[in-house]
Design a protein around this ligand. Structure first.
Ligand code: CAA
Length: 379
């Protein structure tokens, strides 16, 4: 077993770290308050290859492996998890799904601009009555000549306001239940497509999340991704990879919490000495470091399995389940170590907690990850 990263993987990690520090960090607090979407940052990330990292250069991507992707995701999210989720959805839910399952026509037309960062993508599975229970899709598409007429509402859509292209799951044959769900690529601006107001969220505040709706929205037949009836399968397979990306986002937040705690405990004095000299603080920092390391190993294992072309369903769910809990726990401990200073904006760690919480909810709640893990073990 080799725990060494390759030179290329280390280079990508370093490049992401420098970009995050130089270009993202200076405005992260400001954007958390204003909720302004990081347009310029995402544009630059596209130019550097961070928006289509795993896509082949033939389709405008960087042609890198999943391990490089999670290393970069963690570095970006360590500085700003809002930017992390925009990157994660475009890379693992949109570009990866299109590259693996879309027709050449769709890849030429949509994947190239998405992977090269000229356009942004969103993944629309969740609905008001279909969150964890994702097979319960109410959005419906009916064939009308060479088009499909889509009607329904999708909610909690990351990049919902600012995306250009949306992968939308809809029922095309209700009798077949989840085997009657189909994925459509729908362009923003198609008549009948509408967006609701941006959600005012607890964390990842500068990423945009909103509901979108379709009212007799006509989509060409050729915009079906994969095949009619394969939409649920598509969503699940795509989410397996997405979950590795969100686990890496959570890892970044946990690492930031640990780093902030180490730095603060070297400066802050109590009872006549730096608090790093108190065992109460040392134990917290040791526990955080073990959790961070364990979640990193789970994430790298899931990513390496994916790169090796092996099944990674269980490992992706384990990585997300564990890393998201670690992110929340480490952010809480970081606040505790910072005391009153941890509770105010100036010291960043309160944002880490607000940002961490969503990693236990989106792309499958922690409860759903347990369902996935148990089913894999018991089948
Ligand atoms: N990988 C591959 N296939 C999977 C799978 C996985 N992880 N999980 C389920 N499937 C397959 C099953 O094998 C089954 O396929 P067959 O019919 O061909 O045998 C099919 O999906 C249906 O599965 P079940 O019969 O187990 O259906 P269920 O309703 O009992 O459970 C579920 C399904 C696992 C709970 C699923 O609905 C699920 O994962 N829910 C969570 C949805 C989710 O993650 N939403 C995130 C929204 S996207 C988002 O958050 C993005 C964002 O903006 C950040």
């Amino acid at each position: 077993m080799n725990f060494e990263l390759t030179e290329e993987q280390l280079m990508i990690q370093q490049m992401a770290r420098e970009f995050a520090q130089e270009k993202i960090a200076p405005t992260a607090v400001e954007r958390d308050i204003s909720t302004e979407f990081p347009f310029e940052i995402i544009k630059e990330m596209g130019e550097l290859g961070f928006m289509g990292m795993m896509v082949s250069p033939d389709y405008g991507g960087a042609g890198l492996d999943t391990v490089s992707y999670v290393l970069a995701m963690a570095e970006i999210s360590k500085v700003d998890a809002s930017v992390g989720v925009v990157m994660s959805v475009n890379n693992s839910l949109v570009c990866w799904g299109l590259e693996h399952y879309a027709s050449d026509f769709l890849k030429e037309k949509y994947l190239i601009p998405l992977a090269s960062g000229q356009k942004l993508g969103a993944f629309a599975l969740s609905e008001p009555e279909a969150g964890s229970d994702a097979t319960n899709q109410h959005t419906e598409a009916v064939k009308v000549g060479d088009n499909w007429s889509v009607n329904g509402i999708k909610n909690w859509i990351t990049n919902g306001k600012n995306a250009d292209y949306y992968l939308v799951m809809a029922q095309t044959n209700r009798e077949l239940r989840h085997k009657g769900i189909t994925t459509f690529l729908i362009e923003k601006g198609t008549p009948g497509f509408d967006q609701a107001k941006k959600e005012d969220k607890l964390g990842i505040r500068s990423s945009d999340t909103c509901s979108i709706s379709f009212s007799d929205c006509l989509v060409p037949h050729e915009n079906i991704v994969w095949e009619e009836g394969k939409g649920f399968n598509f969503a699940m397979k795509t989410l397996n990879g997405g979950r590795i990306g969100i686990a890496a986002q959570a890892l970044g937040i946990a690492e930031a919490s640990l780093e902030a705690s180490i730095n603060y405990s070297k400066q802050r004095k109590a009872f006549g000495t730096e608090i790093k000299n108190h065992q109460a603080i040392q134990f917290k920092i040791a526990d955080m470091a073990v959790q961070v390391e364990a979640s990193k190993l789970l994430i790298l294992e899931a990513a390496a399995l994916k790169d090796a072309g092996k099944d990674y369903t269980k490992q992706a769910a384990m990585a997300k389940l564990y890393a998201s809990k670690v992110a929340v726990d480490c952010a809480l401990e970081a606040i505790q170590i910072h005391g009153g200073y941890g509770y105010v904006r100036e010291y960043l760690v309160e944002r880490y907690l607000r940002d961490a919480k969503i990693t236990e909810i989106y792309e499958g709640t922690s409860e759903i990850q347990r369902v996935v893990i148990a089913r894999e073990l018991l089948k």
